[in-house]
Design a binder for this molecule. Structure first.
Ligand SMILES: [Cu+2]
Length: 208
């Protein structure tokens, strides 16, 4: 009987130490993958196409001259993608194609919040430009003042530190009224589901 009790105790001890070792190893891997993720979190950016030259009707912008360089009626007044998702601290590269004004409003601003009766005072060339500064956190370049080479073909890079959902509009009044707006969704570094998936993959790879 005494031997039986000893054997049982031995078995219990083995099971206990087995689990302890298992959790220790599993926990260790978790720490390793968390450290790996820290490196990934530091950098993140998205690309948003801000208008674009359409090809349903052939466009020939070559050679550069006033008649063919900017086919105004053949421009796609949309943001693609409409919602860009980045991590806090990341950047969005707005690739501008056409006569547009990149304008970003603070977290939670809705398109209906924009006062379209406030316009950049004239007289000035081109279409009216929305000038509602309330909650506006970024306004891009005025294409009417840029050299032709940059006026309708350029990149503007905007950085976002704080999590939130930021409204991005084209401030050219008729474009905004057509629906030329989208959002930048900024998530906390530890909020991203994709990151968790890659963490799992990394943990599995560590075991191989
Ligand atoms: Cu526009």
């Amino acid at each position: 009987m005494k031997r039986f009790v000893l054997a049982l105790a031995g078995l219990a001890a083995l099971v206990f130490f087995g689990f302890t070792i298992f959790f220790f190893v599993a926990g260790g891997q978790g720490v390793i993958s968390a450290h790996d993720n820290d490196g990934d979190r530091a950098v993140n950016n998205a690309t948003v196409t801000f208008g674009g030259w359409m090809t349903n009707t052939p466009i020939d912008r070559f050679p550069n001259n006033a008649n063919t360089q900017f086919p105004r009626l053949l421009n796609h007044h949309r943001l693609t993608p409409e919602i860009a998702k980045i991590k806090a601290g990341g950047t969005v590269n707005f690739i501008v194609g056409g006569f547009h004004v990149v304008t970003v409003y603070d977290d939670g601003t809705k398109p209906t919040d924009i006062n379209t009766t406030i316009l950049v005072p004239g007289p000035r060339p081109g279409p009216p430009i929305i000038n509602d500064a309330n909650r506006r956190i970024y306004r891009g370049l005025d294409p009417t003042l840029l050299p032709a080479i940059l006026a309708q073909d350029r990149v503007e890079t905007v950085q976002f530190d704080r999590p939130g959902k930021y409204l991005v509009i084209c401030a050219v009044l008729p474009h905004f009224q057509e629906g030329m707006f989208g959002y930048v969704k900024v998530v906390r570094n530890d909020d991203d589901d994709d990151e968790r998936e890659s963490s799992t993959t990394k943990t599995m790879n560590h075991g191989q």
